[in-house]
Design a protein around this ligand. Sequence first.
Ligand SMILES: *Cc1c(COP(=O)(O)O)cnc(C)c1O
Length: 401
Amino acid sequence: MGVARSSQLPDAAGRFGRYGGRYVPETLIPALDEITAAYAKARTDRAFQTRFTTILKDFVGRPTPLTFAANLSKRYGRRIYLKREDLCHTGAHKINNAIGQGLLALRLKKKRIIAETGAGQHGVATATACALLGLKCHVYMGTEDMRRQQPNVFRMRLLGAEVIGVDSGTRTLKDAVNEALRDWVTNVETTHYILGSALGPHPYPMMVRDFQSVIGREARKQILAAEGRLPDLLLACVGGGSNSIGLFHPFIRDTTVRMVGAEAGGTGSELGQHAARFDGGSYGIFQGMASYVLQNSDGQVVGTHSVSAGLDYASIGPEHAWLRDERRADYVRCSDDQALAGLHLLAETEGIIPALESAHAIGVLPEVVKRVRKGAIIVVNVSGRGDKDVAEVARKEGVEL
Ligand SMILES: *Cc1c(COP(=O)(O)O)cnc(C)c1O
C-alpha cells in the first residue's frame, strides 16, 4: 500500500486499508449512495466549489492566519507556527465542514438538517450554516455535554436550531450520534445528516476530510511564503479526527513532514478514564465504521473521559488508523492536567486562549519539540478558541466566577 497511494484513498468501498467502510442499517444505504454520488459530482463542479470557497472567504473569514509564535519559539528553540482556526467565524474549524455539507444538502434538495454535537461547536457551526443557507436544523446533544457547554446550547437556539437533549448512556457525544442516526433512519427522505467529524460510514470520513483540507492547503502555502520550505512537523489534537486530518492531508505525500496527533489522555490509563483510542483501544466496528474503538473484552464500547467534550469519543476517524498503521503519523496522549497546562501556556506566552481540545496539542508540545532538531519548523493547529471553556476551566481550578 504505502503513502504514495494515499491520495487514492478511500477505495470505492470507503476503505482505508482495513478501516472505514459502511456498517449501517440497510435503510441508510440508499441515502449514503445518494450522498456519495452527489458529492462526487460536487467535488469537481466549478459552481459548487466557487460557492464553497466564497462563503469560506466572505463569511468564515478564510484564509485564517498562520501566526509565528515568537515567545514559544524562543522558549523551545524551534520555529513554532500556529494555524489559527480559532479565528474562524463561530470559533473553530467545524464551520468549514458544516458549510460544505450544508451546500451539499441544498444539492440533494433536503431542507431538514440533523447533527450531533459534543462540545457544542459542531452544533453551533451547523446551526450557523443552516441559518445562512435557509435550512431547518435539529441538533442532538448529550445532557452531560449540555451542562458543560451551556453557552453553546443557548447560541444554537439563538441561531434558530432546535437542541434535543440525549439522556441515554454516558450522555455525551456517542449517545448523541446514536440518536441522530435513529432520526436519520426514520426521516431519510427529507433529511440530511451533517456529521461533524471525519468518521462514521463512507463517504463521511472522505467528505469531511476534503472540506477540512482547506486548513492544510492554506498552511502549506503560508509556510512556504514565510519560510521558503515545508515544515518538519505538524501537530494537532484528535477527537474524531477532522481538524488533524484537515491539516495533515495535504502533506501526506511529503514524507519529510512528520505528523503527530494528540489524543485525550484524561485522568489515567484505565479503560473509562480517557479517550486515547490508539493507546487502550482495539480494532472494532462502531457507529458505522471499522476503526480503533475503546471496548471491553466482550466488544462492548466503554465510557470515555476527557476534560474537553470535543475529544470525548470512543473511536477515531479511519484514515488516522490507516496513517498510524503505515507509520506515517504518530499519536500521543495528553492528560487533562497537561491540557490545562497547555491552555495556560498558550494564553500566557502568546495571548491566545485555546479551546480545551486545542490545548491538548499545546499540552504535548514541550515533549514533541524533542522529536525534531533545534531550529526545526513546527505547525500547531489551534482548532478553536477557548471562550466556551472559560467557565469549565475556572470550575476545575476551584475559581468562582
Ligand atoms: C470538535 C473539536 C475538536 C475535535 O474534533 P476533530 O474532529 O478531531 O477535529 C477539536 N477542537 C475543537 C475546537 C473542536 O470544537
